[in-house]
Design a protein around this ligand. Structure first.
Ligand SMILES: NC(=O)CC[C@H](N)C(=O)O
Length: 223
């Protein structure tokens, strides 16, 4: 399986994602933002975490104008799978590939820790190897993870089962970690081929990292 990991100035998780998918046996290529085309035969695009363009203006607001994003949009429109992790999620929101917007955490603090997430929907390629109600332990590291969408948009997400993950305690009780509406940690688009989440599954793939719960999330994409 061919995985393309995008790289913008300020991206800092491209090699974590590269390492994780390599470990899963994928052919992985890091793709510079100035390229106008994704590699031939790309099966999955990862928009990784970091601080693209220093998070100036708004996280992801500049990266979404990068040349490569035109091809990512084309790829997604044709049904190609795209996963945005943290800053990648922010970029996909800014690019209009996912609905809603990201605000600063309500505490105004950068939050960096392991946090539990509850699987809300698994009828998608990302979480198909998990069960609804499963609790996973995945690191978070962001200051702009306060997901927002208007009332009508939230209803639409719920109606279409687009809410994939919510923040919770280790016992599965929903918690509000950063102000996100309805405790949302991850969503997908209506067509179910574009995914975004604030936590970092690619950083939870070895015991030494504190959790291996990310493996079965990323593995969902494997053919
Ligand atoms: N780990 C990351 O991707 C950081 C995300 C983002 N730039 C923020 O701090 O909100």
């Amino acid at each position: 399986m061919k995985v393309a990991v995008l790289q913008f100035p300020g991206t800092n998780c491209e090699f974590d994602a590269h390492y994780a998918f390599k470990k899963l046996g994928c052919d992985v290529e890091v793709v510079w933002h100035k390229n106008s085309k994704l590699p031939a035969n790309t099966d999955l695009v990862i928009v990784p975490g970091g601080f693209s363009y220093g998070d100036y203006l708004r996280s992801g607001a500049i990266a979404r104008f990068a040349a490569i994003m035109e091809d990512v949009k084309r790829f997604a429109k044709n049904g190609g799978k795209v996963l945005g992790i943290c800053n990648g999620f922010q970029i996909l929101l800014e690019a209009g590939l996912l609905p809603g917007a990201m605000k600063r955490n309500d505490t105004l603090h950068f939050i960096s820790k392991h946090h539990h997430l509850k699987v809300i929907d698994n009828q998608n390629e990302f979480l198909r190897l998990l069960n609804v109600g499963d609790v996973v332990n995945i690191p978070v590291a962001h200051h702009d993870g306060n997901y927002f969408i208007d009332e009508e948009g939230l209803k639409e997400l719920e109606r279409n089962n687009q809410i994939l993950l919510k923040y919770c305690t280790k016992d599965g009780e929903l918690t509000n970690m950063n102000g996100s509406i309805s405790n949302i940690a991850g969503i997908c688009n209506k067509e179910r081929n574009v995914f975004g989440l604030m936590p970092h599954p690619e950083r939870a793939i070895e015991e030494i990292l504190g959790s291996t719960d990310g493996i079965n999330m990323l593995k969902g994409f494997l053919k």
